[in-house]
Structures are given as C-alpha cells and as structure tokens.
Design a protein around this ligand. Structure first.
Ligand code: RP5
Length: 165
C-alpha cells in the first residue's frame, strides 16, 4: 500500500506546479477522497517517475492525476508505464501561457491515453472531479457526496446578476 492508503495520486513535475495542483488536492479533500501529492519529474527525476508509475497500481492507487508545464512529458510517460487511468493537467507556463503544456499532454499516440484537462486551475479541479466520478462508480457514499457537491454548486448560482459582486 502507499503511505496514506490513498486512492488517488496527484503527481507534478515541480514544486512550482503545486499552486495549480493544490486545487485538485483541495477538491478531493472536499469530497473526502484519500489522496497523496508527490513531486515526480520526467526530466529531473526519471528513476523516481519510473519507480512510481511501475508500482502505482500495486501500491493501491486507482487513478493518477499528473500536472506538468512546458515540455510536459510526465502524464504521457506515466500513462505508458501504468494500466491506471491518467488525467493530465497542463500547468500554465510563463513563456507560452500553457499552450506548450497543453499540446505536449494532449497529443498522445493512439493506444496510450491521457485524459487531458484545461490549462491551469480549472483543469486541476476537473481532473479531481473526474477521478471522483470514476471512484464513485464503485462507492455509493462517494456518489452521494459528488451529487451533493454538484447540487451545492448549482444552488450558488444567482438567477440575476448584481452590481459590484
Ligand atoms: C516542468 O517544468 C514542471 O512541471 C514545471 O511546470 C516546469 C518548470 O519547472 P521549474 O523550473 O519551475 O521547477 O517539468
């Protein structure tokens, strides 16, 4: 088992990705889903990446969320090494505003899928919600919490816009 008995692994290429990826962590937290956040870089720690991806399933993870920026090879490389579903979050890079991250992650060759989300915060939140939806297929309590999350989100939307909100 992994250190925290977690079902979801959130991995990212650098400490600098955490300000984006923490949104995935907070969303999973809100839904009561055990998860573990790790820095795993395809380029700077390739052995750590290989070790993580090869053992991810056996260590109890069910879904992997992988965030990276720039030449964002992490989600694709991890997807190549594990049978688990991998969601890729393109982190907004300084040089190209995340366009580079997005294109690096989304254009996988047929046969090795990465479910690619939007650039940045929205992508991190939605990766967590997709992970939750997968886990909810086999967990009735979680399915109810996910329904409640969505209902609450709907209830928060005012019918009419107001000035200064
Ligand atoms: C990628 O390079 C990381 O995912 C990060 O988004 C980007 C820049 O990393 P740092 O130079 O900020 O560590 O591997």
């Amino acid at each position: 088992m992994n250190a925290s008995n977690a079902e979801v692994a959130i991995i990212m290429g650098s400490q600098s990705d955490w300000s984006t990826m923490r949104n995935a962590s907070e969303t999973l937290e809100e839904l009561g889903i055990e998860h573990e956040s790790l820095i795993v870089s395809a380029h700077r720690t390739p052995d750590r990446m290989f070790e993580f991806a090869k053992n991810a399933k056996a260590s109890g993870f069910k879904v992997i969320i992988a965030g990276a920026g720039g030449a964002a090879h992490l989600p694709g490389m991890v997807a190549a090494l594990t049978p688990l579903p991998v969601f890729g979050v393109p982190v907004e890079s300084k040089a190209l505003s995340g366009q580079d991250s997005l294109l690096s992650i989304v254009q996988m060759p047929g046969g090795v899928p990465v479910g690619t989300l939007a650039i940045g915060k929205a992508g991190a939140i939605n990766a967590a919600l997709l992970a939750a939806a997968i886990l909810a297929l086999g967990d009735e309590d979680l399915a109810e919490r996910l329904d409640a999350f969505r209902m609450e989100q709907t209830d928060k939307v005012a019918k009419h816009p107001v000035d200064g909100a």
